[in-house]
Design a protein around this ligand. Structure first.
Ligand SMILES: Nc1ncnc2c1ncn2[C@@H]1O[C@H](COP(=O)(O)OP(=O)(O)OP(=O)(O)O)[C@@H](O)[C@H]1O
Ligand SMILES: [Mg+2]
Length: 361
């Protein structure tokens, strides 16, 4: 799968622009604050249907406009398609696939696959388990709509259960109500845990390989799913029942996939606590490259790799190895300076305008 063209209209600091991409490496170059990240944000918007940085989506609309538009042209192994997103200050955004509006965001999943990486992704290693759960969820959802539905169902049941924990009812009544919620929650929980376990098991060897490649064999990366150990629905129900007093005191459900995590180690040492900045960065990158491999395997087509500002973060050796690694995947990479004499397409951006969109050599 490849993106051949991107069109933007009144999107952030772009008034109107069109960019063409090549199959291999596409380098998006420009000074600070010119619109490089905005461009990647727009592309990734079409992958997941939301922004990786705007919590209020209307902020992507150019300050002097009332609407904004993103359109990507996708070349697939068989055929072509377009994904279009139209933002308006007054209405909800509209997403169209091949010109036809979709009703639910889940219809977009799988239409255009991509993996995004920015220095911000460091939080994948450093920050709370929530970031690592989001990582699993986005990935698994891209390859399984069933998982996507399962997750929203789980969250809904969890919310209901938590509401009951805070409600002022007698213990006997509560125990009765909990029977229903525990039954439903445990069913979803078990399925989600299985999905995630499998995901991490599949991811682990790819991440190990990518990391070994980037570090020239110096570092051994391992990852592990940390979550539900129970193997049956009944075992999960037992834990939920056992925890009732504790949950009542806390006012929320203390056990379940919403507390899952991934443990990341280099040479058997926990990276989150002991890793250097560079190691943590490389780890996050290795996880993303592994993600790309998995998506490729499951969907039978290579996703697009979107790398924001990663080069400035790595030492020369790791930089070169990364670019080498990206050669066989369509990659859109941003940087402030690019002086490598390699075969790529160079896109130069100045103040929301594309001033060059040509081959480097
Ligand atoms: N809705 C908007 N309307 C107009 N301009 C906007 C809007 N949202 C963001 N911008 C502007 O877009 C500019 C470019 O942002 P972007 O993050 O893409 O820069 P960049 O090229 O990635 O820079 P850096 O190298 O610092 O990462 C910013 O100066 C910002 O003010
Ligand atoms: Mg940027």
């Amino acid at each position: 799968m490849e993106i051949t063209k991107l069109q933007l209209y009144s999107y952030r600091n772009y008034l109107s622009c069109e960019v063409n991409f090549d199959s291999g490496l596409n380098v998006i170059c420009g000074e600070n604050a010119q619109g490089k990240t905005n461009l990647l944000e727009a592309v990734y918007f079409c992958v997941v249907g939301k922004s990786f940085r705007a919590s209020r989506e209307k902020e992507v609309i150019n300050l002097n406009s009332d609407i904004a538009k993103i359109k990507v042209y996708i070349k697939k192994d068989i055929g072509e398609s377009t994904v279009e997103i139209i933002f308006s200050r007054k209405q909800k955004k509209t997403i169209k696939i091949n010109g036809i509006p979709i009703k639910k965001i889940s219809e977009l999943l799988g239409e255009f696959n991509g993996v995004f990486f920015s220095p911000d992704e460091l939080k994948l290693i450093k920050e709370s388990p929530e970031d690592r759960r989001r990582f699993m969820d986005i990935d698994i959802s891209q390859t399984s709509k069933q998982y996507f539905y399962l997750l929203s169902r789980y969250n809904q049941i969890l919310q209901n259960r938590n509401k009951q924990l805070k409600a002022n009812i007698s213990l006997a009544d509560l125990k009765n109500i909990m029977k229903i919620w525990n039954e439903q929650l445990s069913e979803c929980a078990l399925k989600i845990a299985k999905f995630r376990q499998n995901f991490v098991l599949t991811l682990a060897p790819y991440a190990k390989n990518a990391h070994s490649y980037l570090t020239d064999g110096k570092e051994d990366l391992s990852i592990e799913y940390v979550g539900i150990k129970e193997n049956t629905k009944q075992e999960i129900i037992n834990v939920l029942e056992k925890n009732l007093d504790k949950d009542l005191a806390l006012g929320y459900t203390s056990y379940g996939p919403h507390r899952d995590d991934i443990k990341v180690s280099i040479n058997n040492v926990d990276v989150r606590t002991f890793g250097s900045q560079g190691q943590q960065r490389t780890c996050a990158l290795s996880l993303k490259l592994a993600e790309l491999n998995i998506l490729e395997n499951v969907t039978n087509t290579k996703p697009v790799l979107l790398l924001d500002d990663v080069l400035s973060e790595l030492d020369d050796n790791r930089k070169k190895r990364l670019l080498e690694y990206c050669k066989n995947t369509q990659t859109l990479i941003t940087c402030t300076e690019f002086d490598y004499n390699i075969n790529c397409k160079k896109i130069i951006i100045k103040n929301g305008n594309i001033i060059q969109n040509e081959k480097n050599q």
